[in-house]
Design a protein around this ligand. Sequence first.
Ligand code: FES
Length: 171
Amino acid sequence: MPKVSFYPADKYGDVPEGMSVLDASEKLGLELRHDCGGFATCSTCRVMIVDGVENLSEIDLDEENMLEEAELPTPFRLSCQTMIQGDAVFLIPEPEMDWSKGALRELNALTPMSRAVIRVIVEARARKAGESVILPDTAIPAVEKAKAELEEMGGDKAAVSALIKRVCELP
Ligand code: FES
């Protein structure tokens, strides 16, 4: 049976092949939001893939449309639409932090497809630094740094996952 892990909750275990990531999270005792009940119409069940992208079902049209509408790029997936075919590691992004108006302007200047990933990276670093609100002084260099790191990776999914793993201090 495939082994799956969820961070930062640190829940892991074996789940049947073919089970959705959402069902797997419930089986392991996690309560992931899933407002639309698993019909690919809300995006609240989003997870980030940290490892094992090759062990998951392909993205179908419904999921692709919803990810696009919610501006969620790779490595985000909708857990209700993603079936497990082998070992995989997931990150459930923590609830979003508050950004001041000026800081948010910096984030919103990014392309939609990089915004969600950069937000997770910047917030993880800010949490680690003990900050509770993202202010412009933090946001401007932090967004620039994350943007440069992602650009350097040139769409290499494994490198992006490794960066997220490092920043979020996943084992
Ligand atoms: S539960 Fe709504 S998209 Fe997955």
